[in-house]
Design a protein around this ligand. Structure first.
Ligand code: DX5
Ligand code: ZN
Length: 208
């Protein structure tokens, strides 16, 4: 199982990023919020990009923003593996996904807990990754929603049926207990469970 660590709940960002760099986490999950698509707001790109000083890990960027085109070129310029935008946006989704691809970055769509999996269908051929939200987006430290288990199963069937090789990632409330509901995923995104633990590597080991 691949692990992507979210630093959204970190109270000492520099120290935690340096510590995470010493672990075998596969990615650093960057939660970007604009105060519109979700209520919270993260720091602007000119501050966010400084994280390259403290981590050599590949980045997994989760854009919780209303207008992703404003952010894609900036985040594509970092050490980025994936950029994920939300399916629920009232924008030309395909155009944004193609922009991510043109930057040479793998692209994905995130689905909120109440968004139906079948809404992904029109975009499947373009997708490298699908991020299933197991909490409402916008904050770390929330409890895993149990209905996510069936959603992941439904997605797995859909991917098989349409011969898609998109990876499945799950984000929100992931712990050593809730991971058992996500065994069909490729990537677990975990924030507070790792960051609030005494030893980051021990927490990561318990999720693999
Ligand atoms: C929620 C974010 C998640 C979150 C994960 O809006 O997208 O990435 O930070 O944090 P935990 O693991 O604490 O739910
Ligand atoms: Zn996230």
């Amino acid at each position: 199982m691949l692990i992507s660590t979210s630093f959204l709940s970190s109270k000492n960002l520099i120290q935690d990023l340096k510590k995470l760099d010493q672990t075998d986490t596969d990615f650093i999950h960057m939660d970007i919020m604009d105060g519109k698509f979700v209520r919270n707001k993260t720091m602007p790109f000119k501050e966010m990009r400084n994280i390259y000083k403290y981590t050599s890990k590949r980045l997994d960027v989760h854009l919780m923003v209303q207008n992703p085109e404003r952010y894609i070129l900036d985040y594509a310029s970092l050490n980025t593996e994936y950029i994920v935008i939300h399916l629920e946006l009232d924008i030309d989704i395909e155009k944004s996904l193609k922009l991510i691809k043109r930057c040479g970055i793998q692209c994905g769509l995130a689905v909120r807990p109440d968004t139906e999996i079948k809404e992904l269908l029109p975009y499947l051929p373009l997708l490298d990754i699908i991020l299933v939200m197991s909490v409402e987006p916008g904050a770390g430290g929330q409890a895993f929603l149990r209905e996510t288990e069936n959603k992941i199963k439904e997605l797995k069937v859909l991917l098989r049926e349409y011969h898609s090789h998109a990876k499945i990632s799950v984000d929100g409330g992931i712990t050593d207990l809730t991971k058992s509901y996500c065994s069909e995923c490729d990537i677990l995104v975990s924030g507070s469970y790792i960051i609030n633990g005494n030893d980051f590597q021990t927490q990561i080991d318990s999720l693999r």
